[in-house]
Structures are given as structure tokens and as C-alpha cells.
Design a protein around this ligand. Structure first.
Ligand code: FES
Length: 121
């Protein structure tokens, strides 16, 4: 499985800021993001399930003030950090598009799949 480095593990703290990374979704240039929640890293396509806009209100700010949910800055949909399931808001019952991610030797990596691919330089 191809692995692409995103950031150092220490850059991600539980419930803190996420790190954005470039990718291709289908044939579109897009952005992914990774967060740490309950000690685990989770990554998603940065695209709301309601309207296809990015979620963060400032770059890397995905988690709302309680630290429990990913929140879309546009209309306030809230998503469970572990699954991407939308548990409140206009797209309730939908999900963010998950991106495989792993962590080893102090580095966080993402793994392309059939739809989410690396940007060709
Ligand atoms: S665009 Fe995300 S909740 Fe509407």
C-alpha cells in the first residue's frame, strides 16, 4: 500500500487543530485533513456531506469548542470524529469520505485508494 507522509505525530494533539493535505478526488483537486481524537488519527476528504465545501472555518480548525465533534463552518453540521458520521445538522445520517491513515515512527501517513489519489506533481 502506498504511504504518503502528512506530518509529524507531535503536530496532532487530541481534539486540537488538524493538518490539511492536497490530493485528487476523482478528477478534482481537493484537500484532505487529519485530526487526532482519543489518541487515534483519523483522516477525511475536506468536503461537507451537505454542500461540497471545505469544513474548516480557519485552516486546520475542524473540531468545535467542546472537542467532541468535527463541525462544518458553513451550516454547522456535526460529524463523529472516529467515523465521519453526521449526527446533527442538514446532512444528518450522511458521512464524510474517510481516508486511510496510519502512524509509525513519529510520522502520520495517508494511503490512496480508488477514488482518493495523490496529486501528480
Ligand atoms: S455546507 Fe456543511 S453543513 Fe451546509
Amino acid at each position: 500500500m502506498k504511504s504518503i507522509a502528512i506530518c509529524k505525530s507531535e503536530e496532532l494533539i487530541n481534539g486540537g487543530k488538524g493538518v490539511r493535505f492536497p490530493l485528487t478526488a476523482g478528477s478534482d483537486d481537493a484537500v484532505g485533513f487529519v485530526i487526532r481524537y482519543a489518541n487515534e488519527v483519523h483522516a477525511y476528504l475536506n468536503r461537507c456531506a451537505h454542500v461540497p465545501v471545505e469544513l474548516d472555518w480557519n485552516p486546520g480548525e475542524f473540531i468545535e469548542s467542546s472537542g467532541l465533534f468535527i463541525m462544518c463552518a458553513t451550516h454547522g453540521a456535526i460529524y463523529q470524529p472516529e467515523t465521519g458520521y453526521c449526527s446533527g445538522g442538514p446532512c444528518r445520517g450522511s458521512r464524510l469520505r474517510k481516508i486511510e491513515v496510519s502512524e509509525s515512527d513519529g510520522t502520520v501517513y495517508w494511503h490512496p485508494d480508488d477514488y482518493i489519489q495523490a496529486v501528480i506533481a
